[in-house]
Design a protein around this ligand. Sequence first.
Ligand SMILES: NC(=O)c1ccc[n+]([C@@H]2O[C@H](COP(=O)([O-])OP(=O)(O)OC[C@H]3O[C@@H](n4cnc5c(N)ncnc54)[C@H](O)[C@@H]3O)[C@@H](O)[C@H]2O)c1
Length: 452
Amino acid sequence: MDDHQMNRREFMGASTAALGAASKINLLSPRPLQAAPRGVPAGDKVRFASIGTGVEGCTIMKAALRCPGTEIVAACDLYDGRLTAAREYAGKPIFTTKDYRAILDRNDVDAVLIATPDHWHARITQDACAAGKDVYCEKPMSHTVEEAFAMVDAMQNHKRIVQVGSQCRSSIVYAKAREIFASGALGQVTAVEACLDRNDASGAWVYPIPPDASEQTIDWNQFLGDAPKRSYDPVRFFRWRCFRDYGEGLPGDLYVHMLTGIHYVAGITAPPLRAASMGGIFRWTENREAPDLIWTLFEYPNFRLSLRCNLNNESPAVSRYFGTKGTMEIKNDVLTVTPQDTAPKPEGYSIQGWPLKLRTEYLQEWRKDHPEPLPGQYTLIPSAESFEAPPHYDYQIDHMNNFMESVRTRQPSVEDAIYGKNTAIAAHMANYSYFNKCLAMWNEGERKIQTA
Ligand SMILES: NC(=O)c1ccc[n+]([C@@H]2O[C@H](COP(=O)([O-])OP(=O)(O)OC[C@H]3O[C@@H](n4cnc5c(N)ncnc54)[C@H](O)[C@@H]3O)[C@@H](O)[C@H]2O)c1
């Protein structure tokens, strides 16, 4: 079908747009026809475009293509090599461009998948919402607190589906953990900890520069966007995570995954109250502003959370919830709940300093209140229980499928911009504390992070 033919979904979009566009849509650059809320009729394919087709952009493109009822129609990237990669993964001819606005102008795009560096997430999300596109935006949702709120506004004002790309929100393992947490089986959970560590150059984002990278093959000025102007630097282009102008370092890259899981499991719907970080650049010392080790203690109303990312030692990704009745651990795709031994026991420690007579009387009294069970009265003591995702399970596909379902049904996404804002703000707080060497406090009333 070419752009001049109008099918059922475009007819719906156009007629709704005609009613609403004049009064309520304040467009940036894209055309008004696309600006009204509309869905993809049941049975129609969700036609999507990828914006940013680097490592993650290609990963989520492939995930989207594995979801039922989807079709890729276009891709945008700033580097020729990645446009070639996008065409290869698409497996069919698609429209490609270095200007994402050309994607938003297209009538045949229902949704965009944004996997650019962090400093472009907000701008493209806002423009895409204004253009009537639904948005899957990679984590961390925002580069600043202000951007996070602007993205929520864009989602709400333009009535778009916005889903953030921290895939553990759709994981069956985390869903089970949430169920266990909510059941009270862990008792009162006052402490949570998680870490995600790596020990190689790739983990530290010291990626190789492709040999054909140059100002001829890369649109450097577009990469910079609103970041400070500087001359072409392939290190900044390909290792952008190391620089604060474009990325959020370890908190944005890895904390957000852990935070997304913990917010989901523990039912957290707001940023933490306070954050205190320490860390440093210990080993990956060249061309880097972001620490290669960071440790943060977060204050949430009902528990305290310790997060760590270390790029100088490999260990399994793990999160642990410490409750008065049990400990829950998620290590990679395995969830284990280990009950605490809460059976009544006589005091053994402090009575060691009592005289024999008092010790004996105490223990006799205790036994009177806690008689040994009679034969036939014994009950089982619960022990550790484990749950594991089946082989080949990929929560990335479930997460993308949830997005596609929201696009069709117009039901809110499982990880919408409000959810993404809360975890992104936690990451921003961790960075604020690290770089300002202070305790970071979240001021909800004024929507800002401040020094405690
Ligand atoms: N959910 C996950 O598990 C996961 C994993 C990796 C990365 N990510 C996130 O995905 C995003 C991208 O990370 P990556 O590792 O793929 O980075 P990358 O450097 O491999 O790819 C980013 C691509 O964006 C392109 N780009 C930059 N500005 C653009 C613009 N204005 N318009 C169009 N394209 C633009 C670049 O040319 C580059 O090819 C980041 O936000 C990152 O945090 C998420």
